[in-house]
Design a protein around this ligand. Sequence first.
Ligand SMILES: Nc1ncnc2c1ncn2[C@@H]1O[C@H](COP(=O)(O)OP(=O)(O)O)[C@@H](O)[C@H]1O
Ligand SMILES: [Mg+2]
Length: 252
Amino acid sequence: MSNVLFELRRIDFAYDDTRPVLRGLDFTLRRGERVALTGPNGCGKSTLLHIMTGLLKPSSGTLVAFGRTRREEKDFHEVRRRTGLLFQDVDDQLFCPTVIEDVAFGPLNLGLDRHAAVRRARAVLGTLGLDDFEDRITFRLSEGEKRLVALAGVLAMEPEVILLDEPMAGLDETAARRVEEIILTLPQTLVIIAHDTDFLARLTRRTLRLHAGRLREAPPDPFPSHASPADAPGGVQSIRTSQERSKPCTKP
Ligand SMILES: Nc1ncnc2c1ncn2[C@@H]1O[C@H](COP(=O)(O)OP(=O)(O)O)[C@@H](O)[C@H]1O
Ligand SMILES: [Mg+2]
C-alpha cells in the first residue's frame, strides 16, 4: 500500500474571479507525517484544508486521496470518513444541543450503537478534561470550551488523518497544555495550522509555508524537540457536511 495519503497537483482555487487564492499548488502528505502549515492571515491555509476534504472544489488540478482521484462530491464521502477536520471557526463544527450529543454524533454516524458511541464520547471528553461537560449546552460554552468539545468530536471518530485549523485559538494555558500533550500522543497523520512557531516546532517535523498560492518547504529544524510517534492505523472519521448537519441530533 502506498504511503502517500494525499497528493494534490497544480491546484487552482478562487472564491471569485478577481483574486486567486491557490495557484498551481502541489502538496504530498505521507502516512505518519506531522506537517505544520504556516503563512500570513488570508493566504489560503483554511481554504487548502477545505479543498483536501472536498468542502471546496478546485477549479483545476488533481487531488488523489487514499489512492483514488477525487473530483465530485460523492468521491469525498470516504475521504471525510477517514479525515478529521477541526474547523478554524468552531461554530461551523458544533451543532447538537448538548456536548455529549455532539461528541457522540460522529461515532453514531459511523454506525456504532448508542452505547458504544456514548462510551467513546465519554472517554474522549475525559482525556480532554471535560468529564463534567456532558450535559452542557454547546452554544453557551466559551470559545475555548467549544474548541475543546469540537476537538473531542474529531478524536471520537478516530480518523486516519487529522487536519487541525488553529487548534489553540482561544484556549487558556491549562487547556492549551493539555491539547498539546494530546496532539503529541496522537498516532495519526497530522496537518496543523498555527502561528506559534515554538508550538509547531514541538509538534511537527515538517513545515510548509503557503505563499502566493503555493506551498514552499521550509528548511528542517536542526534541533527537533521530539521524535514523531510511530504510525498506527486509525479508525474511520467523517467531517460533517451541511447535509449531515441537517440531520437531527438524537439524544444518545
Ligand atoms: N467564503 C469566502 N468567500 C470569499 N472569500 C473568502 C471566503 N473564505 C475565505 N475567503 C478569502 O480567501 C482568502 C483565503 O482565506 P483563508 O483560507 O481563510 O486564509 P487563512 O486560513 O490562510 O487565513 C482570504 O483573502 C479570505 O478573505
Ligand atoms: Mg484560516
